[in-house]
Design a protein around this ligand. Structure first.
Ligand code: GTP
Ligand code: MG
Length: 345
């Protein structure tokens, strides 16, 4: 047996919400701000997953985040599409997201997939914050690029502010109807009992420092103990997608939430008929900020540790399923690992 290496992994943050409410834009803004500041190398953009290290979080959040207050390594964001596949993924994967951002268009309020998302979060008891997005579309809004929200909010005309206020209070009311006591995040004392609402614009970056600050604080304060893992242990993850990749055949886009996967290791993956036992042929990590669909941008790595997004190439993956568990066998009995995978299907 190898010695245990306890370490703090990156919390996994799912970004959920109704179609077009701005989930991807919000993530783009978090990534983009750092590109503009010449920090491209500091961000790893994985498959459907973007790892944002603590120093980048603190750079984007400005004076709101002091890196000395945190020992978690950053945040791993999972962007989700507006369609139903993530529901299946959530109900099967269970433990995938540690915390979540529910993105709601502040003008549109609750929509069908907002309700669906909130039910998933309720059922899985995942702590979350609400990003009340698109505040820049408030009539008369005078944007202050990338500013903390309270600063820009105070600087607005009375009229713009009260228009935004009524949308925000409507949203807080809808959250209350859904069974959550919510308030503007700066009025929330205890984030375990109350949902913090962060007014934000993925377009102007206003409130983005606040979103990162609240997430980091939530993770550090309430999730830290759950983040202690044996990083050297056998990897465990969830399949996000099963995809053809030129030159590699069928591959798995996986979010790894525990341990390590190494190239050449035997893994067990949930399949349509039965668990698939196969050997990793390649571990592929998209290069920092690469367009993930361009196959020549992938970097072959020897091993990867949680939490991370990674593409796994291996034989016999045709029957693998999105949402299914993936386990590295390492020094365990294959039969035990197969049972473990079956139990999670
Ligand atoms: P799906 O992935 O399809 O569920 O959508 P999404 O939630 O990822 O939304 P996306 O980020 O693709 O944004 C949808 C549209 O809203 C795009 O045209 C964005 O430019 C626009 N948008 C997103 N955020 C903002 C914002 O804060 N302000 C404004 N004005 N437009 C925004
Ligand atoms: Mg999107």
């Amino acid at each position: 047996h190898e010695t245990e290496t306890r370490s703090l992994r990156t919390p996994i943050v799912a970004v959920l919400g109704h179609v077009d409410h701005g989930k991807t834009s919000l993530l783009d803004k978090i990534r983009g701000s750092t590109v503009i500041e010449g920090e491209a190398g500091a961000i790893t953009q994985h498959i459907g997953a973007t790892a944002v290290p603590l120093d980048v979080v603190s750079k984007v959040a400005g004076k709101l985040v002091n890196p000395d207050d945190f020992d978690l390594p950053g945040l791993l964001f999972i962007d989700t599409p507006g369609h139903h596949s993530f529901t299946t993924l959530r109900s099967r994967g269970g433990a995938l997201a540690d915390i979540a951002i529910l993105v709601v268009d502040v003008n549109d309020g609750f929509q069908p997939q907002t309700v669906e998302a909130i039910n998933i979060l309720k059922q899985s008891q995942t702590p979350f914050i609400v990003a009340a997005n698109k505040i820049d579309t408030t009539p008369g809004w005078n944007p202050e690029m990338d500013a903390p929200v309270q600063q820009t909010y105070e600087a607005q005309s009375d009229r713009a502010r009260s228009t935004l206020d009524s949308s925000l209070y409507e949203l807080i009311g809808e959250l209350s109807d859904a069974g959550f006591s919510a308030d503007l995040y700066w009025r929330v004392q205890n984030f375990q009992n109350n949902i913090g609402v962060v007014p934000v614009s993925a377009e102007t970056g206003e409130g983005v420092p606040d979103v990162l600050t609240v997430l980091m604080g939530l993770a550090q304060r309430y999730m830290r103990e759950d983040m202690e893992i044996d990083v050297a242990g056998p990897g465990a993850g969830t399949v996000l997608e099963v995809k053809e990749e030129k030159g590699f055949g069928t591959t798995l886009d996986v979010v790894l939430y525990d341990g390590t996967v190494r190239a050449d290791e035997t893994i067990v993956v949930g399949g349509m008929n039965e668990p698939i036992v196969t050997d990793v042929r390649a571990l592929l990590k998209p290069r920092p900020l690469a367009e993930i669909r361009t196959e020549d941008r992938f970097e072959k790595v020897d091993s990867i540790a949680a939490a991370a997004g990674v593409k796994i190439a291996a034989p016999n993956l045709d029957e693998a399923m999105a949402g299914a568990p993936v386990r590295v066998v390492r020094d365990r009995e294959i039969e035990d690992v197969i049972e473990e995978v079956q139990a999670e299907l």
